[in-house]
Design a protein. Structure first.
Length: 136
């Protein structure tokens, strides 16, 4: 993945972060999911007073894309207000594993735009997938 594209996706994730609804944690997160067709889907975290219904930025972007009929994904970038690089939570990793190739780049960044790129498979080794539900 080219540096220009990585920085563009981080910038778009940062723009999405600005729309976050995080009155309880005050920790805003943004995501930019790129499809194979070249479309970008943005997501932010949306909190809830009951906590469990809270939705992460990565899942917001993914669910928007899937609800639009997208099924082929190229990369995702995530950023936050934090000083440390942010990576998807466990639930988001499982959702990404459902729809994305194991070698898909996951761009983890901090508020300053510093980043690392990881393959999805390194973030969720031995992912539970549809292959685990079928008799082989």
């Amino acid at each position: 993945m080219h540096e220009f594209e990585i920085k563009k996706m981080i910038r778009l994730a940062a723009e999405a972060k600005e729309k976050a609804y995080a009155p309880y944690s005050d920790f805003r997160v943004g995501a930019c999911l790129k499809t194979v067709s070249g479309a970008y889907y943005l997501g932010c975290n949306i909190e809830n007073a009951a906590f469990t219904p809270t939705n992460c930025a990565e899942r917001t972007a993914m669910f928007k894309a899937v609800s639009d009929g997208e099924r082929d994904f190229e990369a995702i970038a995530i950023t936050s207000d934090g000083v440390n690089l942010i990576a998807p939570c466990g639930v988001c990793r499982q959702v990404l594993a459902e729809f994305c190739p194991a070698d898909m780049p996951v761009i983890c960044s901090d508020r300053e735009g510093n980043y690392e790129v990881h393959e999805l498979r390194t973030l969720i080794p031995m992912a539970f997938t549809d292959a685990d539900l079928k008799d082989k």
